[in-house]
Design a protein around this ligand. Structure first.
Ligand SMILES: [Zn+2]
Ligand SMILES: [Zn+2]
Length: 154
């Protein structure tokens, strides 16, 4: 039986089909498994392209939240030198966060700092490493914020 190379399960459902997501015929995965895997590759080439056949992978955001989310500004907690700060971020806009941190704390986070992001996606906590993962981390925050708010409304 064919199974998902990420979770090793065989089941396939309309909401989470088991299928090819690139040109590698032998590589089957669930849409949600591959999306989560792409998130964990944040900032690397594998976030968007298959590492074997180089084909562009589907947009992970479409799988995680059905594509469209309205613009929002989730809060990000930032820990530095034993203190906690809160910033409203613009998803995908690293310069905006960098500017706020520079004004309030006086450091330039694009220089030699060991930065990681703790994000939550579909109730699962993920650790992303490096400043280059900001784009994905901030989009995860926007999705979680969007879903929470929609849950409250409906
Ligand atoms: Zn799977
Ligand atoms: Zn491939």
């Amino acid at each position: 039986m064919a199974c998902c190379w990420i979770c090793f399960e065989e089941c396939s459902t309309p909401g989470n089909p088991l299928k090819n997501h690139c040109s590698c015929q032998h590589l089957l995965s669930h849409s949600k498994c591959i999306a989560r895997w792409q998130v964990q590759q944040a900032g690397k080439k594998e976030e968007k392209f298959c590492r074997f056949c180089d084909k562009e992978m589907p947009n992970w955001m479409d799988q995680m939240c059905g594509g469209k989310i309205e613009k929002n500004n989730p809060l990000m907690e930032f820990f530095y030198d034993g203190k906690k700060y809160k910033f409203a971020i613009e998803p995908g806009n690293f310069e905006h966060l960098k500017e706020q941190i520079h004004q309030i704390i006086g450091i330039d986070i694009s220089k030699n700092y060991n930065i990681g992001f703790k994000v939550e996606l579909n109730g699962e906590k993920l650790d992303l490493h490096g400043i280059e993962s900001f784009d994905v981390a901030s989009k995860c925050a926007a999705i979680t914020y969007h879903m929470r708010r929609n849950l409250l409304i409906t």
